[in-house]
Write a protein that binds this ligand. Sequence first.
Ligand code: 13P
Length: 249
Amino acid sequence: MRRPLIAGNWKMNGTRDSVSALIDGLLVGAVDVARAEMVVCPPAVFIAEAAARLDGGPIALGAQDLSEHAAGAYTGEVAGPMLADYGCRFVIIGHSERRAFHGEDNALVARKMTAAQAVGLTPIACVGETLEERESGATEAVIGRQIDALLDGPGVGALADAVVAYEPVWAIGTGLTATPDQAQAVHAFIRNRISARDATVAAGLRILYGGSVKGANAPELFTMDDIDGGLIGGAALDANEFLTICRAT
Ligand code: 13P
């Protein structure tokens, strides 16, 4: 049985005050969300503050990215050991915004998976197709390559301690959500692709859906067989909305 996971990706939003208020609001409501595992991923600069507030509570801490390197002369980067030092348990890797705006490719995402796991962080590896790719019938080819890079690099065993997030690029921040059937089809494709290497790992892997998930559309999405939770952007910035999504699992 896969425990549902709801992760909030706060992206580049917030102030010290708003982050504190958001966490406090989530902690008040989190008590009755026993079924779902909850994670929040603040901007790196707020991780220390978030770690102090979340300490020992029911909500886990994650980061939005990490360097493939453990330390050294990499100006502006944040290393996995630093995140682990602050009690992060998860880290998003390969988000489409990193791929599009920072030139991250499948090979780098695979190396980031290894870097995360080296310090005990659970990677949330994002995959997804653009609208152009979907409309040209390339969705499975694109996602197949993104998944194969993880299977060929870190290896299928690494996916036993990882989470995958399917985020169609055309659904991120657009208000356009994949229909439950569209999302389920891609989630099943991902699980089958991994199952061809290791059926046990595939059966245990949590695959999250991300892309304009809200309290209103979450219940339908989460009833699908291969959707094990969500990676939430905009709606994760509102404590009540995020908690509503968590309760939909
Ligand atoms: P939205 O929920 O704002 O569409 O963002 C999804 C996302 O990119 C989460 O990583």
